[in-house]
Design a protein around this ligand. Structure first.
Ligand code: F0G
Length: 456
């Protein structure tokens, strides 16, 4: 690594950094992306956005037409919406892997299980590295390059590191990953290694990794790529814009998001608020956040302090992506819940496991952290918060193959180890591998019994 230099300011002419705590507006951000006055998080605002050039129907047309263009920037499902992103004055610095462009799927079995007439999922796991992180990473990594950084870094429960390592490698940057030892899935760890990141497993949890990283970036010229970096949030906004385009700008009643460090719920909320302000949509969806009950900082913060003060927890959940006790973007998420009338809910490990298998049974699949959305929806329907005839979109954040160990353990009946009670509760969704003699008769007998128990 080159000699530590003085911290470089991160500047851009069009956007400004506004503190979400004291409201101070800054032209530059420091290495840790925190307000120099009060230490709170920053968000990007666009005071000079040229509103007349942004006529809603012209914009929608322009975005659609870009899908036909062969240019990398237009083929990206993020940069296609660049009018709502920070100005990247030099396109040659943009690192894109054609992220975004993710499908929405109808989940018929899950709809029945949840008690709603129609259920959609926007599958952000269909991004290049298999999670929603790519949509934010393309923007923030590009700005790292534009600012002349050589190193980028993140603390991660696995997906951010996989994404950052890929974009850094693709953009010729060096990357440093800090992950909690033994607490991230093998799939995600293998991605960071394969893409060439300097990958450190720290003897702590995610929150401990964040703490160490904050110190590292203050002392070395390394660009921080966690979601406290507001450029990440801007990129992640595009999932909401793309969703609205796919729904022909008809706003769903509910959008349900998993909550970990709370960057994603904040990003989607910011996108819906900006789209409403600009006249691209007529109303806001209700955005609700679901957490694992063992990593329920936001749920407790809302229930016990009405969103006034963060209640940190000692996180524990098999949905390792959201095993976070001290979520950095909690204030941004509280604001989105309040502005959209959303709620929070928590779900148990058994509920997560069953919901994940149900999403699998619709032929879609996702990683455990994404399945909290369906598990949460079931509860929200029972409580009457979501009505059976309302339209609901689940945000599935990670691909099924991110954590195959969880899935195999589930179907083999080994997920809960010796806890027989839990194993019995998930039995109805178990589909264990069947070991047979190598004869056609054995296969026929198996098909016969499968036919009898089929729900088709
Ligand atoms: N789902 C998945 C698959 C994730 O990887 C994460 C976060 C979340 C949901 C929660 O999103 O943090 O924006 O509230 N993963 C981060 C990581 C923390 O390091 O990969 P959030």
């Amino acid at each position: 690594m080159t000699e530590p230099a003085a911290a470089k300011p991160i500047t851009n002419q069009k956007e400004q950094f506004r503190c979400i705590g004291c409201g101070a507006v800054h032209a530059n951000a420091e290495q840790n992306f925190r307000c120099p006055k009060c230490g709170d998080l920053l968000e990007l605002i666009y005071p000079k956005r040229e509103v007349p050039a942004l006529n809603p129907s012209d914009l929608k047309d322009r975005w659609l037409k870009r899908r036909l263009s062969p240019r990398p920037l237009d083929q990206s499902g993020v940069w296609r919406f660049r009018e709502l992103l920070p100005d990247s004055s030099d396109a040659s610095n943009v690192i894109t892997m054609r992220e975004g462009n993710t499908p929405i799927y109808q989940l018929s079995r899950c709809a029945r299980a949840a008690g709603v007439e129609r259920l959609l999922a926007k599958h952000q796991g269909m991004n290049p590295t298999g999670s929603f992180k790519d949509t934010g990473m393309t923007v923030a990594a590009s700005f790292a390059r534009q600012q002349g950084y050589r190193w980028v870094a993140c603390a991660s429960t696995g997906n951010t590191s996989a994404s950052m390592a890929a974009y850094a490698a693709h953009g010729d940057l060096l990357s440093l990953v800090l992950v909690p030892q033994g607490k991230i899935s093998w799939g995600k760890l293998s991605q960071a290694l394969d893409y060439g990141a300097v990958t450190c497993e720290l003897k702590t949890d995610f929150d401990g990794c964040m703490r160490v990283l904050s110190e590292v970036v203050q002392r070395m010229p390394i660009y921080l790529l966690n979601s406290v970096n507001p450029y990440r949030i801007e990129g992640q906004k595009t999932a909401a814009i793309e969703l609205m385009e796919q729904l022909e700008w008809q706003v769903p009643d509910h959008v349900i998001v998993p909550g970990g460090n709370l960057g994603n719920s904040s990003a989607l909320g910011k996108a819906f608020l900006e789209m409403k302000d600009m006249g691209l949509i007529a109303s806001l969806p209700t955005i609700s956040v679901i957490q694992a009950d063992g990593a329920n900082a936001l749920v407790r913060t809302m229930r016990e302090t009405a969103g006034q003060k963060l209640i940190s927890v000692q996180p524990e959940t098999m949905a390792t992506a959201i095993r976070i006790g001290n979520p950095a973007s909690w204030k941004k998420a509280v604001r989105i819940l309040q502005q959209t009338g959303g709620t929070v809910e928590q779900v148990s490990e058994v509920e997560i496991a069953i919901a994940k298998a149900e999403i699998g049974s619709d032929g879609i699949g996702c990683e455990p952290a994404s399945a909290v959305t369906l598990a949460g929806l079931k509860k929200l329907v029972k409580q009457g918060f979501v009505k059976s005839n309302e339209s609901v979109v689940l945000i599935l954040t990670g691909h099924l193959l991110k954590d195959p160990e969880f899935t195999l353990n589930y179907h083999r009946g080994e997920l809960f180890g010796s806890k027989g009670g839990e194993t019995a509760k998930i039995a109805h969704q178990r589909r264990s591998p069947i070991i047979l003699d190598a004869t056609a008769e054995a296969v026929f007998r198996t098909l016969e019994s499968a036919e009898k128990s089929s729900d088709h």
